[in-house]
Design a protein around this ligand. Structure first.
Ligand code: ZN
Ligand code: ZN
Length: 265
């Protein structure tokens, strides 16, 4: 356990456009892990468009003054007292913290393996503090083992395959128009501006489909990370010091980031 009792963290203080400085960097107590949680020292945190939606207020915060960030790579520094053997993490392990951090386990979606649709689902950096900080907690059952052969900053963006699609409804039309017969356009964003009126012949006929994708399930993430272990994935990841998280989000908002930006301590 770290000897310091406090840490620096970014908080969404006044959700709004980046130009209004919605984020503030503050000193807070290092979080204490609940019995079923791990405490993780953050070594890299991806900068995702979802963080921007939370910070700018497109997605109203679920937790006042929440710390964004849900593509966290770090080292376990404390294991909660009630983490069972299935948690299987020890102090010193490298782990990943992703967007999905709680599901009920018993609803009709959870029992069918579609836990990303669970009405009780909770999310890192929205319902609970995330990785724009020195430390973060995660329920052990929702922490991810990480593939070897990658740096921390390469791994962080792999924890959120939820997106790369620009959150602009206008883009749906040309994308549908370009689809082959029977093709499916899957929109993986959590937020999208309104989609303009569709023309049946140009956009949907020939059994083209439009569907949304909610967050990844744990099984999706584990499958993807196992794939990454077998196949070296090239990740373009411009890095920013974590004390410049607001600049990183501003650059993302203004379209100045190519690839997936990552915050480093
Ligand atoms: Zn993300
Ligand atoms: Zn459920």
């Amino acid at each position: 356990m770290a000897t310091n009792r406090t840490m620096t963290a970014w908080q969404v203080r006044r959700p709004g456009p980046m130009s209004t400085r919605p984020l503030e960097r503050v000193m807070v107590d290092i979080p204490r892990p609940a019995g079923d949680e791990l405490l993780v020292a953050v070594q890299a945190c991806g900068v995702c468009r979802t963080d921007l939606h939370v910070t700018e207020g497109d997605l109203p915060v679920h937790r006042r003054d929440v710390t964004p960030g849900h593509e966290v790579v770090g080292e376990v520094v404390e294991v909660g007292s009630a983490v069972g053997p299935q948690g299987q993490f020890s102090v010193g392990d490298r782990v990943g913290i992703a967007w999905l951090r709680h599901t009920c386990g018993v609803c009709r979606f959870c029992v069918r393996g579609r836990e990303n649709l669970c009405p009780e689902s909770r999310y890192t950096g929205w319902d609970a503090d995330g990785g724009y900080a020195e430390f973060a907690t995660v329920p052990a059952d929702f922490a991810h083992r990480l593939p070897t052969g990658y740096s921390d900053s390469e791994l962080a963006p792999l924890l959120c395959a939820g997106i790369l699609f620009a959150p602009v409804g206008e883009l749906v039309l040309p994308a549908l128009e370009a689809l082959d017969r029977g093709g499916t356009l899957a929109i993986a964003g959590i937020h999208l501006s309104d989609i303009p009126v569709l023309n049946y012949q140009r956009h949907l006929f020939y059994e083209r489909q439009l569907r949304s994708v909610t967050s990844n399930t744990r099984a999706d993430a584990r499958e993807f990370l196992a794939f990454a272990e077998q196949h070296r994935i090239a990740v373009s990841h411009p890095t920013y010091p974590v004390d410049q998280a607001d600049r990183a989000l501003t650059d993302l908002a203004d379209g100045r980031i190519a690839g997936a930006a990552v915050l480093l301590p």
